[in-house]
Design a protein around this ligand. Sequence first.
Ligand SMILES: Nc1ncnc2c1ncn2[C@@H]1O[C@H](COP(=O)(O)OP(=O)(O)O)[C@@H](O)[C@H]1O
Ligand SMILES: [Mg+2]
Length: 439
Amino acid sequence: MRLSRFFLPTLKEVPAEAKIASHQLMLRAGMIRQSSAGIYSWLPLGFRVLKKIEQIVREEQDATGFQEMLMPTIQPADLWRESGRYDDYGKEMLRITDRHNRDMLYGPTNEELITDIFRRSVHSYKDLPTLLYHIQWKFRDEVRPRFGIMRGREFLMKDSYSFDLDFESARRSYNKMFVAYLRTFARMGLKAIPMRADTGPIGGDLSHEFIVLADTGESEVFCDAALLEIDVLAETVDYEDDLEPLIERWTGPYAAVDDKHDPADFEARVPEDRRIKGRGIEVGQVFYFGSKYSKSMGASVAGANGEEVDVEMGSYGIGVSRLVGAIVEASHDDGGIIWPASVAPFDIGLLNLKAGDAACDKAAQDLYESLRIAGLDVLLDDTSERAGAKFATMDLIGLPKQVVIGPRGLKAGVVEIKDRATGKRFELSPEAALSYLTA
Ligand SMILES: Nc1ncnc2c1ncn2[C@@H]1O[C@H](COP(=O)(O)OP(=O)(O)O)[C@@H](O)[C@H]1O
Ligand SMILES: [Mg+2]
């Protein structure tokens, strides 16, 4: 992509309405624009990151045996009357009336809709477990939308649902998802801490929140430092044999205090030099809630002996759009965003410091083509901005690697490579730069 053609409306000033770094940087980097309170458009740069994150979430769900589908944003109110949540949900639910005066709503979550689909199609224990998910926009009319897309009213959520025959297999689905979440966040360069949680309006028995450490976060975290040393991506997890011990390590007595509001208990259990206390951002939550919805909505199957069994359910959410903000919050410096390679909008920023100079243009064009042929996503700054402005824009938008082509370097036969995260710079010939970047 050529920067001269790319829609990237960056801002020089820090927008006054933005209180935290991620909100400021996402606005300044031209990733998002607000259309009304808590409702945002995703501009091309932001949209690329959103799609990268969505894809990592999708791959880990697929690998865990959940199947992707897509439910609508608009739901009939009657289903929510069956579960009893139409009244319970209160003002957070955006209620709509269609032309025939039917009560509809913009879905804040999908337990009712998925349970309805399940009960109309699955009738035997032989078809369990049924594991489904979708990635769809949700609407919650938050009292205080704030921090940009971090607490929006419209937001993109991955929500998964499991239907099992009994507690044991439901717990198994829960545990599988638990590991999938650890892997998902780790792949994005995040350390997400699982904490026991209240079940809130979803209701039910067992729940964990996954929290990314950040000073501006809205949640309180207590955590044993030993937890953060487990490398979930390095462990080959065999669900049959390894899963239980792994989960035990995360949900056992030192994982997080059972009651997150009881710091004394935490201090009693975790030695001082391993205590992490702080604030964090909730990026996901998992729930096991048994037969709460299957009972009220009549989702039962015939068991092995022909008896009717209410299915055991779980639901599992990830805030896909919130993750964009959480990653920026966790990874930035004074110059701007520092994207982890796995979610970066482009792999490489290629700066032509003197567009219009024949040698610079040719060197930039050649390297651009070669990198693209090698499968890398490159943003080529081919504009006639001055060098300082080009450096500042590249730092702001945070691409992991920068390659700088200028007349002086070219005369000496070199281009400069800069690593955004470490700030380290070094010079290589264009050919060596190509092998380095494609290695
Ligand atoms: N208003 C919001 N804006 C952005 N993301 C949200 C919002 N509300 C929830 N999420 C994300 O969706 C995930 C699942 O939602 P859920 O746990 O049901 O929400 P809540 O914790 O607000 O009850 C949350 O962990 C969070 O990452
Ligand atoms: Mg939650």
